[in-house]
Design a protein around this ligand. Structure first.
Ligand SMILES: *Cc1c(COP(=O)(O)O)cnc(C)c1O
Length: 386
């Protein structure tokens, strides 16, 4: 975890005349210039200037520098949500007639961007099983411009062979994006494996306290500047200076939080794997995961998000398990202090086609920072209720 040194760059307070230990919050919408000439120069290089906070603000810029360093890329832009970062990134490079390949099981609103918005603007897409390079390659048309990866994705934590996918995409002049929210930049650096643009929902582990909604995209300066002048400035989903400051604070503890969460999760997974009522655990840090070897190759750690299936007789029992939990809260999102669960029985719809259904005995769990005993005792309450 030698990244700590990068996160505590002593030069960060050079911004502040008082030498404050914590970077100040620049709560200002705009910035003044001392001459027409310096004002003109700022307009000529707006992506590199602090001119207006829908653009650059020192609080955002400092965060961007840290996030780019963590993802080992040249440049970064931050947004008011993860999906804003994804939408601005994808829309900045596509035009009517283009085709996109996207892995199945990507974040739900990423799918909806392709289906509900881009289709109306003449951009077509194919969803593929990202575990198979053959399926990815077979989906290519003469108009394929972009490959959207998310490794691992949520619910079953399927991986893509990132290097193989990017080598193929490069040869075919296809731009690659990868949603790296699960792994954080500490456990996977997709740009090093060839991904052009890495996106994050900062709302999860990076901010880490369930109190901010934010996103980012990292890549080469050329690609990030292209997004700046297209999707970033025109959609305008910018991050507030105050949120940037909360995230800078979150970053300072990211390595210690991830270490703690990984250790706790391994114990909870071991407990679940050996429980007689558990029929499957989908955690890519466990050797039973079908892509465990690939995970070990392209990732340096696993995190606290996984799913498991219970042996249950009825959907009432599936609800009773979750309702009996006193500590683990039923909620969306993940990556914060508190452990959270999504019981998939919530979304059970008998009329939906079988291939669109998640089994009602499936639960997604996000392990937080609590003592492992508290979490296992709570799961025991759930088991006692079924
Ligand atoms: C939450 C999430 C997003 C969306 O991020 P928001 O910050 O909620 O907009 C995107 N991708 C993944 C994998 C997520 O979990």
């Amino acid at each position: 975890m030698n990244l700590m040194s990068g996160l505590f760059d002593p030069k960060e307070n050079a911004l502040d005349p008082y030498g404050s230990i914590v970077p100040p919050i620049y709560q200002t919408s705009n910035f003044a210039f001392d001459s027409v000439e310096s004002f003109r120069l700022a307009f000529l290089a707006e992506a590199d200037s602090t001119l207006y906070t829908r653009g650059n603000n020192p609080s955002q810029v400092l965060l961007c520098q840290k996030l780019a360093a963590l993802e080992k890329t040249e440049s970064c832009l931050v947004f008011s949500s993860g999906i804003a970062a994804i939408s601005a990134t994808i829309c900045s490079f596509l035009k009517a007639g283009d085709h996109v390949i996207c892995v199945k099981g990507a974040y739900s609103w990423t799918n909806k961007l392709l289906i509900n918005i881009l289709e109306d603007f003449g951009v077509s897409h194919s969803f593929v099983d990202g575990r198979s390079m053959e399926e990815i390659m077979a989906a290519k048309t003469d108009h394929t411009r972009m490959l959207i990866l998310e490794s691992p994705n949520s619910m079953y934590f399927h991986l893509q062979d990132i290097k193989a996918a990017c080598d193929w995409a490069k040869k075919n002049d296809i731009l690659t994006t990868l949603d790296n929210s699960y792994a954080t930049p500490l456990f996977q650096n997709p740009a090093e494996l060839g991904v052009d643009l890495v996106t994050h929902s900062i709302s999860k582990y990076i901010a880490g306290h369930s109190d901010v909604v934010a996103g980012a995209v990292m890549g080469s300066k050329e690609l990030i500047d292209h997004i700046f002048y297209k999707g970033y400035m025109t959609f305008g989903a910018v991050m507030s200076p105050h949120d940037a400051s909360l995230i800078l604070r979150g970053l300072r503890t990211l390595p210690v939080r991830m270490k703690r969460i990984q250790e706790t999760t391994e114990k909870v997974v071991d407990y679940l794997v050996s429980h007689e009522k558990v029929s499957a655990v989908h955690h890519l840090g466990h050797s039973s995961h079908p892509q465990y070897d690939l995970a070990c190759q392209q990732m340096s750690g696993s995190t606290g998000l996984f799913s498991f299936e219970l042996q249950l007789g009825t959907r009432e029992e599936a609800e009773a398990f979750a309702d009996a939990l006193e500590h683990i809260r039923i909620a969306v999102s993940w990556g914060g202090y508190e452990s959270l669960i999504i019981p998939l029985v919530t979304f059970w719809d008998a009329s939906a086609p079988a291939e669109e259904q998640h089994p009602w005995n499936l639960y997604r769990l996000s392990i937080g920072l609590e003592d492992v005993k508290v979490i296992i005792e709570d799961l025991e309450r759930g088991f006692a209720a079924i």
